[in-house]
Every structure is written in structure tokens, then in C-alpha cells.
Design a protein around this ligand. Structure first.
Ligand SMILES: C[S@@+](CC[C@H](N)C(=O)[O-])C[C@H]1O[C@@H](n2cnc3c(N)ncnc32)[C@H](O)[C@@H]1O
Length: 200
């Protein structure tokens, strides 16, 4: 794909986000993933990790409807959205994990989404390792609070540790997919891991 075409595509999703009122271009990635894999259902309880500025939470809100529940967590402040609880905190901290577990309670959640990105250093290996670390944090929390048959979606920057992580990921779900939505830039090394039907 040419650079010109990539820029056009980026511009297109940027304009679409403005036109439709979504807070991020990423919102279209979740829409494309949802259309293909149906990871979120009506009335689900969903955790949205790395939620700022709130695009994925907006899309999720439309899907789960009035009887659903969403908690979004990010290092950054997120402008409120009616019916969604936002927590400004670091998901790699023990205190944040404890806070989330307390709010979720014994019944667990139906879906965990993570679009978390580490601070990009520009060094491919470091960015990849940090991305794997964030995915491991999410998966570790999934082990504790994702319901049996729940679904999990996680963004990852590709690299040398991928195979090892994928091995620990895939044994946890009955169905596993890797997907790069059209709204992702072709040049980007990001890929989405989708795990459906958590074995618990
Ligand atoms: C690509 S953005 C997410 C966009 C979002 N899905 C949307 O549609 O609006 C990635 C986010 O991950 C967050 N993030 C990175 N590390 C984090 C951490 N340790 N804890 C919480 N959030 C984190 C960043 O602050 C950033 O807002």
C-alpha cells in the first residue's frame, strides 16, 4: 500500500470519527472486529482497558445497551459518558487491579477489551516488549475475573516474543483469532488477538 493511500485512509477514518461523533479513529477498528467476530453481546458487562479518549467505550455502549455495564480504565482523564464508569489509573499497578476486582465482584465480567499502547520509543524491540507486558497484565486479570465462555480482545505490537505469548494465550480459549482490521494502518505492526469462549 502506498504512503499516499495510507494517508488518505487515515484522513478518511479521522473525518468519519468527526462526522459520526466518535472520539477516536480506533472506534472503527472495534466496529470492524465486532462485525466479524461478535465478541460483545447485548447486556454484557465489559471492561475497556486503555479507554481514553473513549471511542471503544462509545461503540461498546451502543452494543450492550441499557442493561449492559462498562468500566473504562486509562492513565489519562476521560471525559464522562452517561452510564459508563471511568477510572483514571495505571493497569500495571497492584492497587488498580485490586480496585477493579472489588468493583467487579464475584460474578466476573463477560468481556475484556484492551487497546492499551505503551509509550512509543521508536525502538521496535522495546515497544514490542512493553506491548507484550501490557497484554500479559490484561490476560492475568482475565484469569481472575473473566467469566467462563467470556471473550477477550487485546492489541499487540508484533515482535520476537509473540510466539511465547500466543502459546499462553491460546490454551485459555476455545477459539482464537488474529486480526488486523482495515482501519489499522498497513504499515503498523499492531495486531489484535481475539480469544472467544474462555475456558476458565
Ligand atoms: C490507542 S489509545 C486507546 C484508544 C481507545 N481505544 C479509544 O477508542 O478511544 C491507548 C491508550 O492506552 C493507555 N494506556 C497505556 N498504558 C496504560 C496503563 N498502564 N494503564 C492504563 N492505560 C494505559 C494510554 O493512556 C492510551 O490512552
Amino acid at each position: 500500500m502506498t504512503r499516499w493511500y495510507q494517508e488518505k485512509k487515515k484522513e478518511y477514518f479521522y473525518k468519519e470519527a468527526k462526522r459520526t461523533g466518535y472520539r477516536s479513529r480506533s472506534a472503527f477498528k472495534l466496529k470492524q472486529i465486532q462485525r466479524k467476530f461478535k465478541i460483545i453481546n447485548k447486556a454484557d458487562f465489559v471492561l475497556d482497558f486503555g479507554a481514553a479518549p473513549g471511542g471503544w467505550s462509545q461503540v461498546t455502549n451502543e452494543i450492550v445497551g441499557e442493561n449492559g455495564k462498562i468500566i473504562g480504565i486509562d492513565l489519562s482523564y476521560i471525559k464522562p459518558i452517561k452510564g459508563i464508569q471511568f477510572i483514571q489509573d495505571d493497569l500495571t499497578k497492584k492497587s488498580t487491579i485490586l480496585k477493579i476486582k472489588k468493583i467487579v465482584g464475584e460474578n466476573g465480567v463477560d468481556v475484556i477489551l484492551s487497546d492499551m499502547s505503551p509509550n512509543i520509543s521508536g525502538n521496535y524491540s522495546i515497544d514490542h516488549a512493553n506491548s507484550i507486558y501490557l497484554c500479559k497484565q490484561s490476560l492475568n486479570l482475565a484469569d481472575q475475573i473473566l467469566k467462563k465462555n467470556g471473550n477477550f480482545l487485546c492489541k499487540l505490537f508484533m515482535g520476537e516474543e509473540f510466539d511465547d505469548f500466543f502459546n499462553i494465550f491460546k490454551i485459555r480459549f476455545k477459539n482464537v483469532k488474529l486480526y488486523s482490521p482495515p482501519a489499522s494502518r498497513k504499515s503498523s505492526s499492531e495486531i489484535y488477538l481475539i480469544g472467544r469462549f474462555f475456558k476458565k
